[in-house]
Design a protein around this ligand. Structure first.
Ligand code: PLP
Length: 393
């Protein structure tokens, strides 16, 4: 069976250049980077090189990069620390209603645990873009942290991070607040740090290994981070103790390097395969079923095709396709109880609900996401299989 992988937003395979760079650190170079002898020097150099590779992708200083276990840890670390180090009586934060759980759940936890933490959750428009008018109105002299994702993992909409940065700056000016009084964090970005103070990197989304990531912390912006893990002060400038996972860190660095070198070609490939898939499905199916594209028509990740087939249940589509295509559902159908004949309830993803997509349309939502290993032949084959499935359901 050759299964066509169309779920690159869930995770990506490790690039060959990345795995090749990691292998010597599994087989030969095992030294502890803190050791001063030859073995340690080799792995220490590798960790240093990786930090430089990350900083080159983000266009920042290597000292501004801390390695973590992935996007989830980076988000937890950034948000919890930015807030809890403050001695303010009231701590106000702004985020959107469509963040990844590794952001959303942190805010919910902090709100419940600490009565001084108040969070404003801004809504999104029908394209999934944060409502800037709501955001602007939410800014207050008590706002300490703003966390808005760079791009949505489900529908691909790119959030206006630069505009958000500008709104924050002008609010600070108008209110004679010091610059950087309001900290801006963004999640899941691999580029473009310009207006942000904190940025989380999630390596397995761009052909690096899982279980490793990074947090960018802007220098001299007044952020006082606490230690994430206590222990020896030699690791990660004392913020996150523990012997470095050299193998994964090397993979992270190499993935960043490859991303920087091949960015333009990768974007082109992801975009053309996505558009070919979309146009093929529209051509074959728009007479049979209503198809709705979810997410911003243009300001969207180049690889993300989130579409709804009205009136058909998403998991029924994916089950029928399971021998041919791997993709993700944007909704799920649950029974209200285990009893036979129990009423079925459609649960649609948070972002589709926030975008106001009608439940009869949203119920048939599939996220196809393209990536490096996808060939044009596979796209043609995918069009054929999806057409077959939808035509008979
Ligand atoms: C937008 C976004 N943020 C954060 C994460 C979490 O990253 P990790 O899997 O590295 O913990 C993911 C991963 O699914 C994601 O899509």
């Amino acid at each position: 069976m050759s299964l066509i992988y169309l779920d690159y937003n869930a995770t990506t395979p490790i690039d060959v250049a990345v795995s090749s760079a990691m292998i010597p650190y599994m087989t030969q170079h095992f030294g502890n980077p803190s050791s001063s002898h030859h073995y340690g020097t080799i792995t220490k150099k590798a960790v240093t090189r990786s930090r430089i590779q990350v900083s080159q992708l983000l266009n920042c200083h290597p000292d501004e990069v801390i390695f973590t276990s992935g996007g989830t840890e980076s988000n937890n670390y950034a948000i919890k620390n930015a807030l809890l180090n403050s001695s303010d009586r009231i701590i106000h934060c702004i985020t959107s209603r469509v963040e990844h759980p590794s952001v959303m759940e942190v805010f919910k936890f902090l709100e419940q645990r600490y009565s001084r933490v108040r969070v404003t959750y801004c809504g999104v428009d029908e394209n999934g873009t944060i409502r800037l008018d709501e955001f602007k109105n939410a800014l207050s002299r008590e706002t300490l942290l703003v966390s808005v994702m760079h791009s949505n993992n489900e529908v691909g909409t790119l959030q206006p991070i630069r505009e958000i940065g500008k709104l924050i700056r002008s609010f600070e000016k108008e209110n004679q607040m010091e610059r950087n009084s309001i900290i801006l964090h963004t999640d899941a970005a691999q580029k473009d740090i310009t207006p942000v103070h904190l940025l989380s990197v999630c390596t397995h989304k761009f052909y690096g290994p899982k279980g490793v990531g990074a947090l960018f912390i802007r220098r001299n912006c007044g952020i006082q981070l606490e230690k994430q893990v206590h222990g020896a002060s030699v690791h990660e400038r004392g913020y996150r103790s523990g012997t470095e996972n050299v193998i994964l860190v090397v993979g992270l660095g190499k993935a960043c390097e490859q991303c920087l070198i091949h960015m333009v070609d990768r974007v082109e490939h992801m975009f053309t395969t996505r558009e070919k898939l979309y146009n093929g499905l529209l051509n074959n199916l728009s007479n049979i079923v209503q198809i709705k594209l979810n997410g911003h028509p243009e300001k969207r990740l180049p690889n993300t095709l989130n579409i709804s087939f009205a009136g058909i249940e998403a998991n029924t589509i994916l089950d029928d396709l399971s021998q041919h295509i791997a993709a993700s559902a944007g909704s799920a159908c649950h029974s209200s109880s285990h009893e036979e004949g129990a009423e079925k309830k459609i649960v649609i993803s948070q972002i589709l609900a926030e975008m106001g997509v009608d439940v009869n349309i949203a119920m048939g939502t599939i996220r196809f996401s393209t990536g490096l290993l996808l060939t044009n032949d596979e796209v043609e084959s995918a069009i054929h299989h999806v057409t077959d499935t939808i035509s008979k359901l």
